[in-house]
Design a protein around this ligand. Structure first.
Ligand SMILES: [Zn+2]
Length: 255
C-alpha cells in the first residue's frame, strides 16, 4: 500500500542514508547557487491540515525541516495546526490562489493577497509563497505576478524565484511521482522529471543511488493516510480527479 506515512518515512530515510541534506524553500533560497545541493522539501496543504501536522511531526523526529504552504480557505487554514508546525521548526508559507478568488480582478487580487499574507503572518513568519494550482482553471494563480511584484511583499516564490535547470522534480500530484496525464499544471520551470520513478519505493530506491544533487520533492499531506477508511477515501478522490483531468486534456487536444 503506497501513500501512507510509513512510505513517506521510507523516502526520507533513503535520502538521509544517502547523505542528502533537506532544506525548507527559504533556507535553500538563502544559499549561494553553488551551495545548493540537497533536497528541498515542499508541502502544499490543500486540505486535511491534520495530515500535515502528522507529517511535520514525523519529519521533526527524523531531523528533517521542510516548508508547509497553507491555503487560506477553511479546508486548510487551521491556526492551531499552523502554529504547531512552525513550532516544530518547519517553515510556514502561503499557498496562494488570490487570482482565482478575485476572478482575475487585478486590484482585488492583490488586496486579497496582502490581506491573506498578513493573516498567516500573525501565526508564523512567512518568507515564501507557492501557488495553488487549480488544474481545471485556464489561467493559473501566478498570473497575478504579471501585474505585481511578490518581492514587494517580502517573500520569494517557490516556482518563480529559482532557475530550475538541472534540477529533478518529484511531485505526488496524480498519485504518482512519475509523469502523469493528470498533473497538468504541477510543473516546475525547466526541472526534469524521472519517468521511471512512480511509487514511493521507486523514489526511495532512486534517492539511495544519489544520482543527482539538486532535487525538489513536492508532497501533498492530504494524500498520505493510514491504511483504512481515510486512505480509501483519498484513493477514490484521486482516481476521480485523474479521470476528470485526463478528460479535460483530451478535450483541449481536440480543440
Ligand atoms: Zn494546492
Amino acid at each position: 500500500m503506497d501513500f501512507t506515512l510509513e512510505k513517506y518515512e521510507k523516502i526520507l530515510r533513503a535520502g538521509l542514508d544517502a547523505g542528502y541534506r533537506s532544506f525548507p524553500v527559504s533556507d535553500w533560497h538563502d544559499l549561494k547557487e553553488p551551495e545548493r545541493r540537497g533536497i528541498m522539501v515542499r508541502h502544499d496543504v490543500d486540505r486535511r491540515p491534520e495530515n500535515a501536522l502528522a507529517m511535520a511531526r514525523l519529519e521533526n523526529g527524523l531531523g528533517v525541516r521542510s516548508t508547509y504552504y497553507f491555503r487560506i480557505l477553511p479546508c486548510a487554514f487551521h491556526p492551531d495546526i499552523i502554529t504547531e508546525i512552525g513550532r516544530l521548526g518547519h517553515e510556514i508559507g502561503y499557498h496562494y490562489e488570490d487570482w482565482h478568488l478575485a476572478k482575475a480582478d487585478r486590484q482585488k487580487a492583490i488586496a486579497l493577497f496582502a490581506d491573506h499574507l498578513a493573516r498567516i503572518r500573525t501565526l508564523a513568519p512567512v518568507r515564501s509563497i507557492a501557488m495553488h494550482g487549480s488544474p481545471l482553471a485556464r489561467e493559473n494563480n501566478m498570473t497575478i505576478w504579471e501585474h505585481f511584484a511578490f518581492a514587494d511583499h517580502g517573500v520569494n516564490d517557490a516556482i518563480l524565484s529559482f532557475d530550475y535547470r538541472g534540477y529533478v522534480f518529484f511531485t505526488d500530484s496524480g498519485r504518482t511521482f512519475g509523469v502523469s496525464g493528470a498533473n497538468l499544471r504541477d510543473y516546475l520551470g525547466d526541472a526534469e522529471v524521472i519517468e521511471s520513478v512512480r511509487s514511493s519505493d521507486d523514489l526511495a530506491a532512486w534517492l539511495s543511488r544519489r544520482p543527482r544533487e539538486q532535487i525538489q520533492i513536492n508532497v501533498h499531506p492530504e494524500r498520505w493516510n493510514p491504511p483504512g477508511m481515510s486512505w480509501f477515501r483519498q484513493w477514490g478522490t484521486d482516481m476521480a480527479a485523474n479521470a476528470a483531468k485526463r478528460a479535460l486534456k483530451l478535450a483541449r487536444a481536440r480543440r
